[in-house]
Design a protein around this ligand. Structure first.
Ligand code: PLP
Length: 389
């Protein structure tokens, strides 16, 4: 694992061999670019929607595939960072981040409490076993905890009717310092909304002291008013990474979010097809007329979704084109009809921002592949070199 946590090839040379460097081999042209200024923009956009709240920048899953270290460069103005893995918390401390870090799933094992104490981590408490661990924990430094309510999501947390008992138990422990109150919405991005869960939360917590943290990106952007009074800490994840939490109802542009990750590559071959010629495995695309296609150095082993098929958008030299045929492990094919001058070495943007500023939202590509922007970011291939700009 290199300094950036993703790939030791943090610096790559993108371009063409100029002939004078005969023994310099070129890397495969695929690369991901992390846009640190876009991360900052999106973070401030999240802040705007809850100006009085503190912001947990969610950096779990290696900062949604961006790399903790690279993402941190754009997110330093967050009030805290929230994640799941102790290892990622260590990496943040290694970057000299002295502010709050929250473990969103809390401790998995009693020994984790030692690490929390050593690194000054705050942690979620979502079950009685975690309270037992705290009660048995020997420490001179009380822990700051976020007590999680299961208000209807039914993953982590105490049911509303059990919540106050958990709070009372925690509050009596010398191992526990301040208790904050937290829940998570299952439908902040849909028409079902948050009202039932919010009612359950309020009914049980209205007279409890402590800071509140309720909303992810969708809650934050779509339910700003309803949540304002209970937003001591907001928890935006996907919005910070420039993807709309409620695509296709709204686009990233609608929410004024900028792409933070570009997956770029180049055309490594072209083919001229005649009517009736087919392309790729399974011959899933058949040319109806003569046409040129480009072969792009990017496949599912790079994290490009295999479920994308003919019609998925892609930018060639910044111009919107359509993918044709199937995605294979190392290559995809693109219809070059809109860009007659494109050829070997032309730049391809699989998602993100092209050199000329044209944007192809990761949400559009994800949607074409039957998934969400979250999954594409997190699934960026190990072999893709990542650079920041
Ligand atoms: C991942 C996560 C978030 C962020 O969710 P987004 O939809 O990416 O904004 C917020 N809160 C918790 C508890 C999470 O696990």
């Amino acid at each position: 694992m290199g300094a950036f946590g993703i790939n030791p090839l943090a610096f790559i040379f993108v371009g063409h061999p100029n002939g004078s460097s005969n023994n310099c081999s070129m890397p495969r042209p695929i690369h991901a670019t992390i846009h640190t200024s876009a991360l900052s923009h999106n973070l401030s956009r999240a802040r705007q929607s809850a100006p009085d709240a503190k912001v947990w920048a969610i950096v779990k899953a290696n900062a949604y595939g961006h790399g903790i270290e690279l993402a941190f460069a754009g997110l330093k103005s967050a009030d805290g960072f929230a994640l799941l893995d102790l290892d990622e918390a260590k990496r943040l401390r290694a970057l000299d981040w002295r502010g709050p870090i929250l473990l969103l799933e809390g401790c998995f094992d009693a020994r984790d409490l030692e690490v929390c104490a050593r690194l000054g981590l705050w942690h979620v408490v979502h079950c009685n076993e975690q309270i037992d661990m705290l009660a048995a924990h020997k420490t001179s430094q009380p822990h700051r905890v976020f007590l999680k309510m299961n208000s209807g999501m039914n993953r982590l947390g105490f049911k509303p009717e059990r919540y106050r008992a958990a709070w009372t138990r925690l509050n009596a422990l010398p191992q526990v310092d301040e208790i904050s109150l937290m829940t998570h919405f299952s439908d902040a991005d849909t028409t079902k909304g948050i009202s039932a869960q919010l009612r359950a939360f309020d009914a049980v917590t209205h007279d409890l002291p402590g800071e509140r943290s309720l909303s992810n990106s969708a809650g934050n952007l779509r339910h700003t008013g309803a949540l304002a009074a209970r937003s001591d800490w907001i928890r935006p994840g996907i919005a910070v990474y420039g993807s709309a939490p409620d695509y296709p109802e709204h686009s990233a542009g609608h929410w004024d979010l900028q792409p933070t990750m570009t997956l770029g590559s180049q055309i490594i071959a072209t083919q001229t097809l005649q009517a009736g010629d087919t392309v790729g495995y399974g011959s899933s695309f058949t040319a109806s007329d003569a046409m040129r296609i480009g072969v792009v150095a990017c496949g599912y082993a790079d994290g490009y979704p295999r479920h994308c098929t003919t019609g998925t958008p892609m930018l060639v030299d910044g111009v919107r084109c359509r993918m044709v045929g199937r995605v294979s492990m190392d290559m995809v094919t693109v219809d070059l009809t809109p860009v007659p001058n494109a050829g070997m070495g032309s730049d391809v943007t699989l998602w993100g921002r092209a050199a000329d500023g044209a944007v192809l939202s990761i949400d559009e590509v994800a949607h074409a592949g039957g998934t969400v922007g979250y999954e594409l970011m997190c699934a960026l291939g190990q072999r893709v070199p990542v650079v920041a700009e």
